[in-house]
Unconditional design. Structure first.
Length: 223
């Protein structure tokens, strides 16, 4: 009797990597920015908000203040009014003002280039800090958003226990020099090909290639 080959996690990881390289060989950074500070602010605003919406809001904010010194000249209420469409504006406006003040007081007005200092800034969690490290400073990091958390489960690369576990599992499967591109490639795949509503692990080409014998839909655990 001939048995079907069951792919290992490493084999699935290689198939995923090759397909993403084919589809998105040079993924752009989704958030519009002109330097490290404006990237940091844009990433902070993107929490529970689409990148498209952030890119619609930031031009008005950055026209008034695109550096920490100018930002603290604005009141928190002024910032809140501008960023209101991004959601969570009361907390985000306070964090933007406070982190700008802290950058001036503790970092000479510059965004620090290490995770520990970034995560110490108001409103900056591990994911936001990781995005800044990879996209601004080119340091290998693997920020995990909802797309990555969902797809890593769908592709059998993690058990989806939590975001931290997903990040750790992906870092074990892929060499560090691939992380900066790969996290963006997975995000674009999740948006454009295998969306949460558009694929249930049975429809898209990559899901079919990884699990050709799967018959039942798969629901990923939320972060």
């Amino acid at each position: 009797m001939k048995f079907a080959h069951i792919m290992t996690k490493e084999e699935r990881a290689r198939i995923v990597y090759d397909e993403l390289q084919r589809l998105f060989p040079d993924p752009p950074i989704p958030l519009d920015h002109k330097d490290t500070y404006t990237l940091l602010i844009a990433v902070l605003l993107s929490a529970q908000c689409t990148d498209e919406r952030v890119n619609q809001v930031t031009p008005a904010l950055f026209k008034k203040a695109d550096n920490p010194e100018d930002m603290i000249k604005l009141s928190i209420d002024e910032i809140r009014e501008i960023i209101r469409p991004c959601g969570l504006s009361p907390a985000k406006s306070k964090n933007i003002w406070n982190l700008s003040k802290l950058l001036i007081d503790q970092h000479g007005g510059e965004v620090p280039d290490n995770l520990e200092s970034l995560e110490a800034l108001p409103g900056v969690g591990h994911k936001t800090a990781s995005v800044v490290m990879t996209q601004a400073f080119g340091v290998p990091a693997f920020p995990v958003d909802t797309h990555i958390h969902r797809l890593a489960q769908i592709w059998g690369l993690t058990n989806g226990k939590n975001v931290a576990q997903t990040e750790a599992d992906l870092k074990k499967l892929y060499p560090a020099e691939t992380w900066n591109h790969l996290h963006l490639q997975i995000i674009f795949y999740g948006r454009e090909v295998c969306s949460a509503r558009g694929c249930n692990r049975l429809r898209c080409e990559l899901c079919q290639k990884l699990y050709p014998d799967r018959k039942k839909p798969f629901t990923a655990k939320k972060p």
